[in-house]
Design a protein around this ligand. Structure first.
Ligand code: FAD
Length: 477
């Protein structure tokens, strides 16, 4: 009887323990992917990530073909789909790699219990993280609430497991069950095709992820510690969307950063590893506080006087706030399905603190528009900016979008790329067009309010308003 191999957020052959278990079982293997319905905000992915999923599944199908295998696509409630497949194939065993978002855990726990009660062997494996989120405990036996001790404990707890290689072949079943076609899932946008520029930036799939890792280690990792803050230069790995759907394992990335001393400054290596461990810390938070996506980690923020302002929310989403660095970031997000980390922080701070709009609105927009949308990283980072999260940036640290732009995009190259109507503006004013003299604007072909908006809020005023709103909270946090 065949083994069912259930792919989820692990769309890869490399370093895949469930695949390894299936391959070494000596039995035919039926790889499957189930498009699951929405549960608690998880399930069908945001629209940008659905674009990615389409191409990633196509790549996985192709890669499985090289192992003499295939990929069965089904959609619906996972338990019902699996029970049907078990009946169709006579499978007595199912394997998968674990996931750690609350909705996913709830589904998997139920599926495992019911299948086991029915005599099916159901086994799950680790691999989405460097370590299981339960592994690191504080001295008192609890979970970590701040990053630095988490990182220290991480460093002291030994190397993450070594990645394993992909098998060379899978035994095919005598009869393949029916599969949906990928096209029938309609994951790609048609009209309008807002993803038309995605392929210029991204190649979904495992092969591209491994290549990108190699390029990064051979290139931008050197100088990562400094370069990572400047959005105009490609100085980060760009691996996040590949990690989000598990096209590459974090262990594969981690171990690629070993053995480089002497070639690459230690600072750069450590800084990069620390970011990978931020991803772990986000999952640690989500695992131990499953309401993270909807509830403030710090309940002191439950009474925050958010404003409901649909018009300004829309200006933010469309990159029309009148603050060039914010607008460039929001337009990069729309055009590429991705935004540079420094600009994510600036844009998120602007929504929360300058516009006083609830961080959950921003989280939802990012979830729908990011190709790397991740239930742990997205929520934990939004709460980090809002000040409501674990080990968050203090609320009173309010980014000034003009100064941030001038510091991290000094020549305005990033702004010019994503806000082309400002492309001819003198560098002196590129982050503050509203202060530019009329003749400077005229020479650059800009009429404020016509070609580019005036600021939708005055930052200095908005800052005071945010601080006052924060001061109105009960002071017990
Ligand atoms: P690199 O700098 O090359 O870092 C390597 C990897 O480390 C990343 O791929 C990512 O997996 C991890 N990483 C880096 N920074 C962080 C971080 N701050 N938190 C958690 N993991 C990190 N990242 C996501 O993967 N998905 C999200 O949905 C997401 N939402 C965010 C929302 C906000 C408001 C902010 C401020 C940050 C968010 N991030 C998110 C974190 C970060 O911006 C991205 O991981 C990073 O920009 C991805 O680019 P990269 O792969 O080139 O990163």
């Amino acid at each position: 009887n065949p083994v069912l191999l259930w792919f989820r957020k692990d769309l890869r052959l490399d370093d895949n323990h469930a695949l390894q278990a299936a391959a070494t079982s000596g039995r035919p293997v039926v790889p499957i992917y189930i498009r699951e319905p929405e549960v608690d905000g998880n399930g069908p992915l945001g629209a940008a990530q659905e674009w990615w999923l389409h191409h990633s599944l196509a790549a996985l199908q192709k890669a499985l073909g090289t192992l003499n295998s295939g990929l069965i696509l089904r959609q619906g409630d996972p338990l019902a789909v699996l029970e049907k497949l078990i009946a169709e194939t006579g499978a007595e065993t199912i394997v998968w790699n674990r996931r750690y978002d609350p909705a996913g855990i709830a589904v998997d726990t139920q599926v495992k219990k019911i299948l086991r009660d029915n005599g099916i062997e159901a086994n799950s494996f680790a691999g989405q993280l460097l370590h299981e989120p339960t592994r690191l405990r504080t001295g008192a036996g609890g979970h970590y609430k701040t990053y630095t001790p988490f990182w220290r404990a991480f460093e002291q707890s030994g190397e993450p497991p070594f990645p394993i290689e992909a098998p060379e072949k899978l035994l095919a079943p005598n009869h393949w069950p029916k599969s949906d076609t990928l096209a029938s899932w309609s994951l790609l946008p048609i009209r309008p095709n807002w993803a038309s520029e995605f392929p210029d930036t991204w190649t979904p799939g495992e092969a591209a992820a491994l290549e990108k890792l190699k390029d990064f280690i051979d290139g931008a990792l050197d100088d990562y510690a400094v370069g990572r803050d400047f959005p105009d230069t490609p100085a980060t790995s760009l691996l996040s969307p590949h990690l989000a759907l598990g096209e590459i394992s974090p262990a594969r990335i981690w171990h690629a950063t070993r053995g480089l001393s002497g070639k690459i400054p230690t600072d750069d290596i450590i800084r990069f590893r620390k970011e990978l461990v931020w991803r772990e810390f986000c999952y640690h938070q989500l695992f131990h506080f499953p309401k993270l996506r909807t509830a403030n980690w710090n309940d002191r923020y439950d009474d925050f006087p958010w404003l409901s302002d649909a018009r300004r929310l829309k200006s933010w989403q469309r990159g029309q706030t009148g603050y060039p660095i914010v607008d460039a970031g929001m337009r990069q997000l729309w055009r590429h399905g991705w935004m540079h980390n420094r600009v994510r922080m600036i844009a998120a701070s602007f929504l929360i603190k300058d516009l006083l709009i609830d961080w959950r609105e921003g989280e939802a927009w990012f979830r729908d528009t990011l190709v790397d949308a991740d239930p742990a990283a997205n929520t934990a980072n939004w709460q980090w900016v809002a000040g409501s999260g674990a080990d968050a940036s203090p609320f009173f640290r309010i980014f000034n979008p003009v100064l941030q732009g001038e510091k991290f995009d000094p020549d305005g190259g990033y702004v010019r790329t994503f806000v082309p109507e400002l492309s001819k503006l003198d560098s002196k004013y590129i982050h503050r067009p509203f202060e530019a003299p009329d003749d400077v604007l005229r020479r650059a072909g800009i009429e404020l309010g016509k070609h580019y908006p005036r600021p939708i809020v005055d930052h200095a005023v908005a800052r005071q308003r945010a601080l006052a709103a924060h001061a109105s909270l009960k002071n017990d946090g």
